[in-house]
Design a protein around this ligand. Structure first.
Ligand SMILES: *[C@@H]1O[C@H](CO)[C@@H](O)[C@H](O)[C@H]1NC(C)=O
Length: 450
């Protein structure tokens, strides 16, 4: 959950979905969201498209301005094939968290290519991967955002940009104005954002992915690359948003940056610290990255805010996130987000720039996926949404685990461009067999086609 723009996006997507099908009489409509049937599986199909987002290229502390550059993406699961950070918000108790990638022996695995050359499109086929032999379509400075150190608002207006891509298509971006309030900062931001430009036909020429079906299986076993259970973690860095008091930074322009989280998740630590067996209460958020440090500003993670501890997220078209968690009720308080637990994923560039504010690629659609989210205080129905240019959501809900824990797997299946969120009962060992994962992929429930 971010600021108010997000709820209107979610309302819009629900309305769009609604117009396609008649609601069953069992659906209820609460705070702008439909809740229909309880489910244990939500599958998103046809994830991935061609568009662009505004990548942050500079955060200027002297003028409180934010510069961006339009970066194109395309292909299966895009932009969710990019590196993602994992977010949890209380009331929540995390009992296990893990990330799996296909085993090295699995023939189609070419993650190294994705990681080293994130700007170039990779088309993955069933048996092999190859890089598409086309130049980056267009990368161009398109927007500079606003100043308001003294409560004044300065809007930079932008002329529509027309650029020619390597393949000869034209992209015409029209400026769109948004107003948003920066939650964690003392300034008001009026941001000018270029709407996503779809490069029609740009990705159709060389796509050789196998035919899609409702449950494409994936060959080979999967190995665990990151794992957490209370008090012990491998390749997981726990962070929160309290920069400036031990790690990270604070400024009047951009507020608190990311910081290492303390062992109770609630305050700032000076170095990487493993989360204890704690119940985060309402509104506390912990963010998980890998333990792979970024190579420097504008290095292998792209631009990030100066002075932060910066780590890689979890990238690629084939990845599995597993969770075991409880979301006990927490009615004893009046925080914002009181009794509204959530688990969600963001494009990892968002928290590394400004997660609660306008200086990130979020508004231009670089990707947020809500896996399990309570959207009305005190509700026990967890729903899921995708926020990017293909945004949509499920109207069926998972039962919130208030008293005994729930285990779930989220499978990014680069084979057919699907993302499966599945309640499971298996152990999260150091490997997952092909049968286990394909068993999860074959479970049916609620389907959302993008
Ligand atoms: C840690 O996670 C990162 C991000 O997914 C991955 O690239 C790296 O290989 C992992 N490290 C180990 C030791 O598994």
């Amino acid at each position: 959950m971010r600021f108010s723009l997000r709820s209107s996006l979610s309302t819009l997507s629900v309305l769009a979905t609604l117009s396609k099908q008649a609601k069953s009489s069992s659906c209820s409509y609460v705070d702008g969201n439909y809740y229909c049937d309880e489910t244990s599986v939500v599958v998103y199909n046809n994830v991935g498209f061609s568009s662009s987002y505004n990548d942050v290229t500079a955060m200027d502390e002297s003028s409180c301005s934010c510069s961006t550059s339009s970066t194109s993406f395309s292909g299966t699961l895009s932009p969710f094939d990019e590196e993602l950070s994992v977010h949890i918000r209380g009331p929540i108790q995390l009992k296990q968290f893990g990330v799996y990638y296909p085993s090295a022996s699995t023939s189609y695995k070419k993650r190294e290519v994705d990681e080293e050359e994130p700007c170039e499109e990779t088309i993955t086929t069933r048996k092999h991967a190859h890089k598409r032999d086309v130049a980056v379509e267009y990368v161009e400075v398109t927007a500079t955002v606003y100043v308001n150190a003294n409560g004044e608002t300065i809007t930079t207006s932008i002329t529509p940009q027309t650029t020619t891509t390597a393949a000869g298509e034209q992209n015409v971006a029209s400026p769109v104005e948004h107003e948003a309030s920066a939650v964690s900062s003392s300034y008001t931001v009026v941001s000018t954002v270029l709407s996503g430009t779809t490069t029609a036909g740009a990705s159709s020429t060389s796509t050789t992915t196998s035919a899609t079906s409702t449950a494409s299986t994936v060959a080979g076993a999967w190995e665990r690359v990151a794992y957490y259970t209370p008090g012990s973690a491998t390749n997981v860095t726990f962070m929160n948003h309290q920069g400036g008091s031990g790690s990270g930074v604070w400024s009047t322009c951009f507020g608190n940056s990311l910081s290492y989280a303390s062992s109770d998740g609630k305050s700032c630590a000076s170095s990487s610290t493993v989360l204890d067996d704690v119940t985060l209460t309402s509104d506390y958020e912990v963010v998980m990255f890998s333990a792979d440090e970024c190579s420097g500003q504008n290095g292998d993670c792209g631009y990030y805010r100066e002075g932060i501890p910066a780590f890689h997220g979890f990238g690629g078209k084939y990845k599995i996130f597993v969770f075991e968690f409880l979301m006990p009720s927490d009615t004893d308080g009046s925080n914002s987000n009181q009794d509204m637990p959530a688990i969600w994923l963001l494009n990892a560039k968002i928290p590394r720039t400004e997660q609660y504010g306008s200086c990130s690629c979020w508004e231009s659609g670089c990707g947020e996926m809500d896996l399990f989210e309570i959207l009305s205080a005190g509700s026990n129905d967890l729903i899921s949404h995708i926020h990017d240019g293909q945004g949509s959501g499920s109207e069926d809900y998972f039962q919130r685990p208030t008293s005994s824990s729930m285990k779930a797997a989220v499978i990014f299946n680069g084979e057919d461009g699907s993302i499966h969120i599945v309640e499971v009962s298996d152990d999260f060992g150091s490997t997952l067999s092909e049968d286990t994962v394909n068993g999860w992929l074959e479970q049916t429930g609620s389907t959302v086609s993008l």
